[in-house]
Write a new protein. Sequence first.
Length: 141
Amino acid sequence: MTSGVMATLCEEADRAAPEECCGLLLGRDEPGGEGRIDGLVPAANVADDPRLRFEIDPAVLLSAHKAARSGGPQIVGYYHSHPVGHPVPSATDCEHSTGDSRIWAIIAGAHVAFWRDSGNGFRALTYRMVGEDHADDIKAK
C-alpha cells in the first residue's frame, strides 16, 4: 500500500461518515504470500442501511472485473469503514465471508487494518508502508 492509497482510504471514510464507505482494492495478490496494493476504486454504498452495512455498487464491481479481464489492474480485495467501531471484522462481515481469499481493508477513524477472507472468518494481515513509487507488501500474520 502506498502512502497515497492509505491516505485516500482514510479520506473516503471521513467523507462518507456517518455512513460506511466502500470500494475495491487493486494490485496483485498471492494468497499465502506477498502482494501489493497499487490503487483503489471508490464505490457507492448501495446497502439498505449504509450506516450499519456496506454493499459495493454492482456496476463498479462489474466494470472493474471487465477492466481486469482486459489486462487492467486486478481486484485483490475490498475496503469499507466502521464509522463508530474498530477496524476488525464485524459479525455482519463474518456472515459475508466467502472464502475467496481476498483482502479486506477496514477503516475506523485514522486506523486501517487488513484481513484475509478465509471462508470461516478472517485472518489478520500485516503490511509495510512504502512511498508513492513502491507498494506495500501484505503478508499473513
